[in-house]
Each structure stands twice: as C-alpha cells, then as structure tokens.
Design a protein. Structure first.
Ligand code: FE2
Ligand code: FE2
Length: 473
C-alpha cells in the first residue's frame, strides 16, 4: 500500500486497479472523455511544460514528486490514504461499529449524492479559471494556477473512482454527467452557485482559492469522517493537496496588499489606482463577495438532510473524532443566529438539525486567521485600515438570511437602502473593469512580477522565485 504508484500504468493508482479488470476497463473508457474535457474546458494558455508536483505515494515520507511536466501528459492518479484496519464509525447510530468497505444499501442514495456534489465542484473550478493563464502576473503564479488546476482534476478522478467502483451503472452515468455540466452553462450549470460565478481576474482567483477552496476543506474534512471508508480515505488524501490551494489564495492576497501598502507609503496617498495597483477598499469589496457566496455553500442553517447524514454515519463534523461529546447528538442543542420577524436573533436549536451551521462556524473561524496576517501587513506599513469579514447575514442567497437585507456590519435594512449602498460593499462594474484593466499579458520572464503584486518571499519546493516555473515553445 505504501509503495510508490506504478506510473507505467495507464491510470496510476494505489487501489490495486489491475486486480479488477472490469473496473479498470470502465475507468479507462472514462479517461479519454476526461482528457477531451481537459482540452476543451481546461487551461487555455499553451505551455511546453510546467514545474508541477505529482502525487505518487500516500506514505509519511514524501507523497509527491516535483518536475517539469507537459500538462496534457500530467498523470492524474487515484490515491486513497492508508487504511486503518481498526477504524470504527465515529458518530451517529452506528457509532463503534466497524467502518464499511462497501456502500450500505440503505444509504446508497445519500452517499452517491454527497460524492456527486463534491465531485461537481472539482472540474467546475478548473472551468472557472481556464483563461487566467493568459494574464498571469508571473511564472511563479502561473505555475501555482496550473498546480491547483491539475489537482482539481485529480480530485475529480478521486470522486469518479468511487462512483465507478461502488455505485454500478448509476455511478458511471453520474461520472459522465460530471463532464457534461459546465460552470455558468445556462442549460447544464454546475450544481452549486459559487461554482457558476466567473473567476475573471487574479484578485478573484486568490479570493476564490482562499474562501471557496476553504469551503472544500471543510466539506472534505467532514466526509473524511464518513463511515464509508473508501470515501473517508479518499478525502483524507485530497485534504493534503487542498492545503496548497488555500496557501495560494492567502499568500496571493497578501502579496497584493503588500504592493498596495508599499505604493501608499511611497506616494503618501490612498489612491493607488493612479499607480496601477488595487486599493484596499476594492480588496474589501472582493473579500465581501467571495466570503458571502462561499458561506452559501454550507447550505440551510436548519437541515434535516444534514441531520440524517450524521445519524446514518455518512458525513460527520469537522474533526469529529477529536470532539469530546457523545457523537450522537440526539439530546444536544446548539446556539446560533437565525431570523424572526425580520430581525436577526440568537436561538437555541437541536444540535442535529444545525450541523450545516456548525460547520459554517468552524469555517468562519478559520477564514478569520488569514485576515489577521493580511491586516498585519497593513499595520506594519503604518496604515490605518483593517480588512474585515462581513457579517454572515450579508449578501446571502441560501438559508434564513436570504429574506433579509443586511449590511456588512450586521444591520438589517430595507431593500432600497441596501441597494443604495451595494456599490460600497460589493465590487461595482467599474471596480471590476478597473481590476480587469490591470490584467496585462502573462509575465513570462523568470523573476519578473506584474506591477500590482509583490514577489513571494520563497519559491515553490526548493527553487527560488526567479526559477523557470513554466517553459514555452
Ligand atoms: Fe478540490
Ligand atoms: Fe482546491
């Protein structure tokens, strides 16, 4: 199990695919469709090769290798984290029973649904980001973009493997559908709202990888607790890759802030647009947008689905095994914000029905950590400005807050007042046009960076920031 995957196989894997010829053939017949999708919906900037990491192992001592790879030849493999032979279901009505190596018949529909929803987000983000290579602010950033893209492709493989291996014909049909829905397609859109939004510029990309990939982290972490062991093991390995995506977002936003602050100090002005950088007020608006659409991904505050998933043992809480309660929750309550008579009120509800909200809380807490780092850059520059997470009721489309109009500081107001202020809180068409105007042709000279972003402090893996991360014909 811990041996390095055989990269001479058509589909590199650590799941002994060669022992199941039917499954192997089914996946090999899906593979050309995936490649076709990658070529038509994946990155548009042609490269000769890119310095990428490829997953080769799930063991503790090194799971990836780095090297220049021609992207169409990237090897998307299937990897499950190592099996823990003594693992038991950690929560719900099967708590303490051995985990399931196969799908329990009575939970088949729920498990398939969860896997399809997760799987749908992976190719969606590749589609959203497909044109960004053309305006990359540096080779370093281009490499990071493509690293995120190939790994989202691998995450799609991870979910498709589960669908093919455990859900028979239905699973194979769902695997096809994952390539047929497309981000923003009016007829066949992706399942979740945030994955149908555009990612038209690099500020959006960094905000997306900070806020929306972080939603991915929390969904994967709760599926990593699943009693369905192959799903849990699949998600555990995906989480290792996901960490880099959030790093790209956090460090990307931080470098834009750094550049902005440097120019503010140098020219003693807030108006850095005059110097081709992105002002802090505009960054706050992008932050407000990406945070609020990502909050919607966690679903309704009160959810019988979430309660059922938990009781069945198919989807747990964040770090379930480290929590010290009874892991059944039938007698527990949860305090949260809700809506009553058009006002935001605190209320106590049954814990089981509030699991989406609880996961959203964990997520919000995690989001706040990056802002501490970003604000430190601003404070260190001696600038009186603080980026803030907007109130969770701001700009929501899903859940109880959808019916209210709430400002970023949590004030409930009339629809007309909200509309009148919207341009102060969310990017206007003019803001977006300005940010787009900064996105010049890709900066492909090693060690050079676009004017609106500072260089990173370190390169990726070992090479310095001026390493030739991508090569062109
Ligand atoms: Fe992913
Ligand atoms: Fe990701």
């Amino acid at each position: 199990m811990t041996t390095t995957a055989d990269y001479t196989e058509k589909i590199p894997n650590n799941v002994n695919l060669h022992e199941d010829r039917r499954l192997q053939r089914a996946l090999e017949s899906w593979q050309p469709n995936f490649i076709q999708w990658w070529q038509t919906m994946g990155p548009t900037l042609p490269t000769q090769d890119v310095y990428l990491r490829t997953a080769v192992n799930v063991g503790r001592d090194g799971w990836a290798q780095f090297g220049h790879v021609a992207m169409p030849e990237y090897r998307w493999g299937i990897f499950l984290a190592e099996r823990d032979p003594g693992r038991t279901v950690g929560f719900g009505e099967h708590k303490g029973e051995p985990v399931w190596a196969k799908v329990p018949g009575e939970y088949r529909a729920e498990l398939q649904r969860l896997i399809v929803i997760q799987g749908d987000t992976e190719p969606a983000s590749v589609e959203q980001q497909r044109n960004l290579g053309a305006t990359a602010p540096s080779l370093y950033d281009l490499r990071n973009l493509f690293q995120v893209n190939v790994e989202e492709g691998r995450h799609l493989w991870a979910m498709v493997y589960l669908l093919h291996a455990y859900f028979g014909r239905d699973g194979r049909e769902e695997a096809e559908m994952l390539l047929e829905r497309h981000s923003g397609d009016p007829d066949k859109p992706r399942i979740l709202g945030a994955f149908n939004e555009k990612t038209p510029d690099w500020l959006s990309f960094f905000m997306f990888t900070y806020f929306t990939d972080r939603d991915g982290k929390y969904q994967l972490a709760s599926l990593a607790e699943s009693g369905f062991d192959p799903l849990a093991r699949s998600c555990r390995f995906m989480l290792i890759e996901e960490a880099h995506h959030m790093f790209v977002g956090e460090s990307g936003v931080q470098r834009i802030i750094q550049r902005t602050c440097d120019l503010m100090k140098e020219h003693k002005t807030d108006d850095v647009r005059a110097f081709g950088a992105i002002d802090l007020a505009t960054m706050q608006k992008y932050l407000n947008f990406h945070f609020s659409v990502s909050l919607d991904l966690f679903g309704q505050e009160a959810s019988t689905n979430a309660a059922n998933y938990y009781t069945m043992g198919v989807k747990g809480r964040y770090l379930e095994t480290r929590l010290t309660d009874d892991h059944v929750l039938t007698d527990s309550t949860f305090d949260m914000e809700g809506v009553e008579d058009g006002r935001i009120v605190r209320k106590t509800v049954p814990a089981l029905s509030a699991l989406n909200e609880r996961l959203r809380n964990d997520y919000v807490e995690d989001c706040a950590k990056g802002l501490l780092k970003w604000n430190k850059v601003i404070a260190d520059a001696g600038i009186a400005f603080e980026l803030k997470l907007p109130h969770r009721a701001f700009n929501r489309r899903i859940g109880a807050f959808n019916e209210l109009h709430v400002s970023p500081d949590g004030t409930v107001m009339s629809a007309a007042d909200w509309k009148a202020n919207e341009g102060k809180w969310l990017p206007t068409a003019e803001d977006r046009a300005y940010v787009t105007s900064l996105m010049g042709p890709a900066v492909v000279e090693p060690g050079k960076f676009a004017n609106w972003i500072a260089p990173p402090q370190h390169g990726i893996n070992r090479p310095p920031a001026d390493f030739e991360y991508a090569r062109f014909n």
